[in-house]
Design a protein around this ligand. Sequence first.
Ligand code: SF4
Ligand code: SF4
Length: 323
Amino acid sequence: MTSSDIKAKATEFGFDICGVAPAVDHPELKFYREWLERGYAGEMAYLHRTADRRADVRQVVPSAQTVIVTGTIYNTDRPYSTESADPNRAQIARYAWGDDYHDVIGERMESLLSWMRERSPEPFAARAYVDTGPVQERVYAQHAGVGWIGKNTCVINPEIGSWIFLAAIICSLPLEVDAPSLDQCGTCTLCIEACPTQAIVAPGVLDSTRCISYLTIELKGDIPATHGAGIGSHVYGCDICQEVCPWNAVAPKSSAPAWQPRPAWDRVDLLTLAERTDEALTAALRGSPMKRTKIQGLRRNVAAALKNVGADPRVRPGALSSK
Ligand code: SF4
Ligand code: SF4
């Protein structure tokens, strides 16, 4: 079983790109601890807890020799948030519009791994992860030739841009590896300039505590007053630093049903979202990555966003609290 065999099979399973990186001590892995020490992880304690394992995949699979990285396009035909002039539009990160990628991609990765186990003449050790594992997927993606890590910290592929879900299989097979991707950001700084909360503190360095994705998804409790205005009309995540990236100007779109926007989130305005009942939101959150914030978190974000655009008297009393 060669790398080419695995890549061909990955295409059959619906992955748009696949590469193989060596499971070695890549220099980019080392910055992670400094990033944690600077406090950029905020309240995400699990990032501290898994720091040892995140430092090297061989902490997870001791016999690891290679990391197979897949990328799946989730971009759809809806316009970018920066193209909408309507401040009342609820902004939701593109990756969260459809089905939960952990489930969809997770199943595909398990299928790929099962096929590899059937095909391999020898047993081998392996673990598959989709975002949730203790793996610095982006570093391995860069070394697998899937794309370079841009100044906005996203993995960018020169052909398909950065609207891609990454997933990885750490394995003990001595597969042929790919050439690493070369940084093609050049002198561009559009993402750094466009970030509304100045969360990209240096090229490729994100202070999560300032990032709208962290503030609207990971942060528990109230959004600090100092950051409330910064989230604008974002109610779940933020895409601005990817939308302004020239490599996404003509990014290909996926027609996969799994990534198409659910009607509940599709170009919805803040008031409509605020007035949804708990029952309606529960139904919309089922099988969606947005269930991470639960209804309470989503309502908190909608309330903050409504405040930013000027609360409207049409909102029913109590519409902003969980019922
Ligand atoms: S996701 Fe939004 S807030 Fe976070 S770094 Fe990008 S532009 Fe800034
Ligand atoms: S906007 Fe420019 S600097 Fe930022 S990631 Fe894209 S190419 Fe790199």
